[in-house]
Design a protein around this ligand. Structure first.
Ligand SMILES: Nc1ncnc2c1ncn2[C@@H]1O[C@H](COP(=O)(O)OP(=O)(O)OP(=O)(O)O)[C@@H](O)[C@H]1O
Length: 369
């Protein structure tokens, strides 16, 4: 389990992560969702002790990273692929990692097998495709057989086959009882990968919930219904207090009623009760993209459509001359979601010792181990 409490990170006047509290449960894939620059990587680096929080803390299995005796056996991470020395083979790299962490050499073959790299383990890592490099990064994360795994944007740049493989692999790891925390700005991908979501915008918590409820509560769901007696159907449904809109017929489509805030069951039963024939009764479920835009109230700009093109602007919250945060950030405590800060405080304490602050964003490297 990962527990963040009041986690905050400032870089000068930029507040990258702002009083973030959330819990990541074992046995599930939890998506860490937010547009580019929302603070996902910074949060992950703080979880791994690579960045020191400006305030708040994060615990892994109840302990701070610095208190973990053998971190590689407790938490594994894939922060960035392609960080392996290009002239080193995957096997040599893993053996070196294993030896320097007192992990048995036979574990190297196990993880190579688990990620499907055995056949190419002797090749120079520099010759690997991005998908292969990601698999190698995952193999490194698994070396210590940790119960907690962090993956930062693991599907970025991968082809559909690579994306599917990663998705299935994450599910397998969660089924083994591990805590799997995976960040992405690809909303559509997270809808398929994650059972739970921690959603952030501008460094602040927007929602922590199951993916299903996130979509159901925030996305614009409606029921489409049509039949030969549309006007009568309209008045029956409206007579029951339902919000009904008629969509006029076009050349290709017949006229249809769109009912919001109801279900196919309720609409079907109301029609059946007065003997009305139906030719269509369909639920139209909103997408995660819609949910995200609705939850953030437009404050975090997000451009849907392939889910790959977030707006670059407005992703960090500036502080004013007094150091106060301004503006207050995106919508929190929206209907159906716990407000930020719902996670119980695991106790005070200082930040991790293995801190590495980077002056620019180019400084990220491999995992903490
Ligand atoms: N080392 C740093 N120095 C200064 N500013 C930083 C540093 N790291 C991150 N930031 C800033 O903090 C904010 C959050 O960045 P972060 O990389 O954590 O976001 P992200 O959600 O992971 O985005 P992305 O998907 O683009 O990596 C951004 O405004 C970023 O420019």
């Amino acid at each position: 389990m990962i527990e963040a409490r009041g986690l905050t990170k400032r870089y000068g006047r930029t507040v990258a992560v702002n009083a973030l509290s959330f819990t990541v449960q074992p046995g599930r894939v939890t998506g860490f969702l937010g547009p580019n620059g929302a603070g996902k990587s910074t949060t992950m680096r703080m979880i791994l002790g690579l960045d020191r929080p400006s305030a708040g803390e994060v615990r892994i299995g109840g302990r701070r990273y610095t208190e973990l005796k053998e971190p590689l056996r407790e938490v594994g991470a894939l922060l960035e692929a392609k960080w392996v020395h290009p002239n080193r083979s995957a096997r040599a790299h893993l053996r070196w990692m294993a030896a320097s962490n007192r992990i048995a050499a036979k574990r190297v073959d196990e993880v190579l097998d688990a990620v499907g790299l055995t056949a190419v383990a002797g090749r120079r890592a520099g010759s690997y495709s991005l998908g292969m490099a990601q698999r190698l990064g995952i193999a490194v994360a698994l070396l210590g057989d940790p119960g907690v795994l962090l993956f930062d944007e693991p599907v970025n740049g991968l082809d559909p086959e690579g994306i599917l493989w990663i998705r299935q692999f994450m599910h397998r790891l969660a089924d083994e009882g591990r805590t799997v925390f995976v960040s992405s700005h690809l909303l559509s991908e997270m809808a398929l990968t994650a059972q739970d979501l921690v959603v952030i915008g501008r460094g602040r918590l927007i929602a922590q919930t199951s993916t299903k409820s996130f979509i159901e509560s925030a996305a614009d769901s409606s029921v489409r219904v049509r039949g030969p007696e549309l006007a009568r159907l309209h008045s029956v449904l409206a007579g029951q207090g339902l919000a009904v809109q008629e969509q006029a017929a076009t050349e290709d489509t017949p006229a249809v009623l769109v009912v919001r805030g109801s279900s196919t069951e309720a609409v079907g039963e109301l029609a059946g009760a007065v003997g009305l024939v139906l030719h269509e009764l369909t639920e139209s479920r909103g997408s995660l993209e819609q949910a995200f835009i609705q939850m953030t109230g437009g404050e975090v700009e997000y451009q849907a459509g392939g889910g790959t093109a977030p707006a670059a602007s407005g992703v960090a919250v500036p502080v004013d001359a007094q150091g106060a945060l301004a503006p207050p950030g995106p919508v929190s405590g929206a209907p159906g979601f716990p407000p930020p800060g719902a996670v119980p405080a695991p106790g005070g304490g200082s930040g991790p010792a293995a801190t590495r602050e980077t002056a620019s964003r180019g400084g990220q490297e491999g995992p903490a181990q």
